[in-house]
Design a protein around this ligand. Structure first.
Ligand SMILES: Nc1ncnc2c1ncn2[C@@H]1O[C@H](COP(=O)(O)OP(=O)(O)O)[C@@H](O)[C@H]1O
Ligand SMILES: [Mg+2]
Length: 600
């Protein structure tokens, strides 16, 4: 039984307390199918989230099988299914792949046969079997809702919360979905709570809860709805609700509550007697482990210990870190390769950016090559030579410095393109999966592994390609290392931004600004006032990568760069540590952002 006792959810707005859910008390027995209806903005979604534990209740208490959810542990991820208003599947995947990923993320299967059996059962239950190989993006509204349900049913939840799963559907699809939800509530004593704006097909529900401005105006059998509100048709209920303040509805409901509860109880007894509803016997709780003899007869602590044990047993059903990690990583690659636009963009960047560098360094490549190769043993000739090349020194120095900076900035841009939308672009789905038991560590690790492949390919290819044209005269491995580090640093920083921002647009914009400021704030191209430079430099990845690469140049080329740049060049070790620190701090920030709950 799910029981809500005087549950409230209150927010503070302009210094005032506003109750979005106000003193809601209901009892929902096992195997019950309940509709939560009410006009738009009356608090239906808020109530559902409060039940799910996504909104911490401000007052009252929730009980699930004698367990106080407000004091003890919340629902375990496999106990509860929550189908939100938005789609929780990725468009490029097929129905089968979506359900498979959901199963692999939520349920520990002993072998592939067990996994396949579970997927097949869920697909059949939701009627998705015949279209299992269709991509999500081509599904109809009704099919998408079924998929959302299927992805929740994989863990056999004892309680299923559905938010507007019928809205926007044609009448036939709507009826089919309500019928499906009804059937799901008749299995294994599952409770199904369905939030809906629509007042059609109410007869299929066991009870109807009418909310008005966060308060209960009615909770009773569907056939009593029109009678209670003294209207002829259910469609007249909302206008009738608006005819008096919610507090008055609430007060009058308190008077009638007991009698309607009796009607609900009677209906339920009839249903069980007719065999239409089969509620499984309560599973026997494991014997409590009593560690403290003083607490021997403390029934409460025994019950808690038993609850904990059961929760531990439930938690064991979650797949491990590596299982979730590999599921996410293979899904990410699949989505990447299915998205032709994304593949094309990555390829275009991979080919065009190094090309750009070579085109811009074309004019300088000859003097650079000749310059560094000059080696004289005769002091007199060397002095003569030095005089003749002095004019070249400035040209070569600024060209080499510019080419390195150009590479660094382009790799920074690649970094921001790699990860700015990575988390923010799929945040609602990620939040949903986290609610279903996905570990943030597995999620972040899968992102890091995916992005590391992009970073390594982009950086090494850039270093190799540009070197083919011979503009870098120095230790190529060190140069490639710094290019890799700057790309990794920008990718990690933009991943952190992506994890901390609310929308993908905000994350993209901020990441682009960040790249844009790398060049001027590095001090490598335009000299900055010393005080500003000392303050900004530690944070500018591009400076450290540029400086590290300059340090890797042959001595004469290095001197040439120094002769034209009045900004300081830091030792290579300092550059290495700075870039590693950027990556480290960014990953910690990304971790914090990924752990933080971020529902709308
Ligand atoms: N976390 C929140 N902070 C401030 N206002 C909120 C929050 N959640 C919901 N609301 C507001 O509470 C009201 C009820 O929202 P909601 O439960 O989504 O309504 P419904 O689902 O019935 O349409 C709306 O006016 C909404 O803007
Ligand atoms: Mg809503």
């Amino acid at each position: 039984m799910l029981e809500l006792k005087e549950v409230s959810f209150i927010i503070r707005k302009d210094g005032e307390e506003v109750p979005l859910v106000d003193r809601v008390s209901i009892q929902v027995p096992k195997g019950h199918f309940m509709a939560i209806v009410g006009p738009s903005g009356c608090g239906k979604t808020t109530l559902l989230k409060t039940i799910a534990g996504l909104n911490p209740e401000s007052g009252g208490a929730l009980f699930w099988d004698e367990r106080n959810l407000s004091e003890d542990e919340d629902f375990s991820p496999s106990e509860i299914g929550y189908v939100p208003q938005f789609s929780i599947a990725y468009d490029p995947l097929t129905v089968d792949e979506s359900v498979e990923a959901a199963t692999r993320l939520r349920v520990k299967s002993r072998n592939t046969a067990e996994l396949d059996a579970r997927i097949d059962r869920v697909l059949e239950e939701t009627g998705l079997g015949p279209i299992s190989d269709r991509q999500v993006k081509v599904l109809s509204g009704g099919q998408k809702r079924r998929l959302g349900l299927a992805m929740e049913l994989v863990s056999d939840p004892k309680i299923l919360l559905c938010d507007e799963v019928t809205s926007g559907l044609d009448p036939r699809s709507e009826r089919e979905i309500v019928r499906l939800l009804h059937d799901l509530s008749r299995k294994d004593g599952r409770i199904v709570l369905s939030v809906t704006h629509s007042l059609s097909h109410l007869e299929l529900y066991d009870s109807i809860l009418v909310l008005h401005e966060g308060r209960v105006a009615f909770h009773g059998p569907p056939e009593q709805l029109t009678h209670y509100f003294s209207v002829h048709d259910t469609e007249e209920v909302y206008p009738r609700l608006a005819s008096q303040p919610s507090e008055r509805w609430h007060v009058s409901w308190q008077k009638h509550r007991a009698s309607y509860q009796k009607m609900l109880d009677r209906n339920r007894e009839k249903l069980v007697a007719s065999g239409a509803l089969h509620v499984p016997a309560k599973p026997k709780l494991p014997e409590p482990e009593i560690s403290d003899p003083a607490a021997d007869d403390d029934a409460e602590s025994g019950k808690r210990a038993a609850t904990r044990k059961r929760e531990e047993a439930d938690a064991l059903k979650l797949p491990g870190f590596f299982s979730q990690f590999s599921t996410l990583l293979s899904r990410r690659w699949r989505i990447f390769f299915r998205d032709r636009g994304q593949v094309f963009l990555q390829l275009a960047i991979l080919i065009c950016f190094p090309l750009l560098v070579t085109i811009f360094s074309e004019k300088a490549s000859e003097p650079i090559r000749g310059y560094s190769d000059t080696k004289q043993t005769d002091v007199f000739v060397e002095i003569q030579e030095q005089q003749s090349v002095r004019a070249d020194q400035a040209k070569v120095g600024s060209a080499v410095s510019g080419i390195i900076m150009f590479q660094v900035v382009l790799l920074s841009l690649m970094g921001s393109n790699n990860s700015a939308r990575e988390i923010a672009g799929e945040r609602p789905i990620y939040e949903k999966e986290k609610f279903g038991g996905l570990r943030p560590s597995a999620y972040l690790a899968s992102k890091v592994a995916f992005l590391a492949c992009l970073v390594i390919t982009q950086s090494l290819w850039m270093a190799f390609f540009v070197n083919l044209f011979g503009t870098f005269r120095g230790d190529l491995v060190q140069h490639a290392g710094f290019l890799l580090l700057v790309n990794a640093a920008m990718t990690a920083i933009c991943l952190a931004i992506s994890a901390l921002m609310r929308t993908a647009e905000q994350a993209s914009l901020l990441s682009i600004y960040l790249v844009g400021f790398q060049l001027p704030l590095s001090g490598a191209v335009l000299a900055l006032p010393e005080k500003i430079e000392a303050f900004t430099r530690p944070f500018i990845s591009a400076y450290w990568a540029w400086s590290g690469s300059v340090e890797a140049l042959q001595t004469r080329v290095h001197d040439a760069v120094k002769s034209v740049i009045d900004t300081g060049i830091s030792p290579q070790n300092a550059c290495l540590y700075a870039l590693c620190a950027h990556i480290g701090v960014a990953l910690i920030a990304a971790w914090a952002g990924a752990c933080r709950p971020q529902w709308d």
